[in-house]
Design a protein around this ligand. Sequence first.
Ligand code: PEP
Ligand code: MN
Length: 360
Amino acid sequence: MTTTANMKEVVQQKWDKRPLIISGPCSAESEEQMVGTAKLLAETGKVDMIRAGIWKPRTRPGMFEGMGTKSLPWLQQARKVTGLPTTVEVATGKQVEDALTFDVDVLWIGARTTVNPFSVQEVADALKGVDVPVLIKNPMNPDLELWSGAVERVARAGIKQIGLIHRGFFSYGNAEYRNVPMWHLAIEMKLRYPEMMMINDPSHICGKRDNLLEVAQKAINLDFDGLMIESHYDIANAMSDAKQQVTPADLDKMLSAIQWRKKDVNSAEYHSALEKLRQDINMLDDELMQILGKRMKIADQIGLYKKKNNITILQTGRWNDVLERAYSTGAKLGLSKDFIGKYLDAIHIESINHQNNVME
Ligand code: PEP
Ligand code: MN
């Protein structure tokens, strides 16, 4: 049996392990489901930590809100039987207290909590003087300041081990994902906190099983430190998030299918080839800057003519021509329409600002 003292060491080992794999049901539903699922996950030999939702923040009242504090002993039993550390979502000071009373090893702050500084502060206050690792999910909305704010509140409470979970962002009308990944935001957060672990939660990004592997693979390609994936031993009867949970056997297959990537390799040939290509990119980036500078100088000149002739800056007909030309040239060069659109938007804004400065 794992004693409390050596469980601390196990938690530390798992926290430092790459990739770190966290799995378990969306919600703890019964002792049998919790322990049964955890055992199967442990038997894969690929899972490092068992997750479970104890208190579920649900969008509408009347939906299954988790079994609450009475389900914590089930998780404690799963921990005892498998020897694996456990992690649960906490959203209030009382939930922090209850989770710690039942030996939960790692706490996580959910997306619906990260959005609310009052709630994050309440959780942080309950963490004062406690030595427990905390994972912080991105907020529902794509706001990195809220995510950073939560990190700062938890850090100021004295928590030394903080990790991040990227679970995607709510976006109105999106059908492809339950929560759009917006990978660039996770990457920006990785740049802000280079020492902090960043794991990916494909389950809440996808909302369904079909593309879990694809999203997980992309995260690993982007050098994420691990994955949190929901798993339930009876997916058809799961009481929450049934569509996105996978059986432990399918999780095992998925984890085997992932191409795990290294950060680096000890090969002189690889390093010198990469160095050369990076220099090429730097040179082209410099050229692009020069060209963009020239383009803006021409915009300034156009601004002067418009000023002299008292003409408005925005000429929609002309702008549509610019777009059409760029889409067609871009397509021939293998540049996506989405990229061209974003690129030209940025250029257009800068160009309008330049002309506006000239006018004034
Ligand atoms: C969960 O992990 O079950 C959960 C509710 O996640 P999120 O906070 O990302 O919605
Ligand atoms: Mn869930």
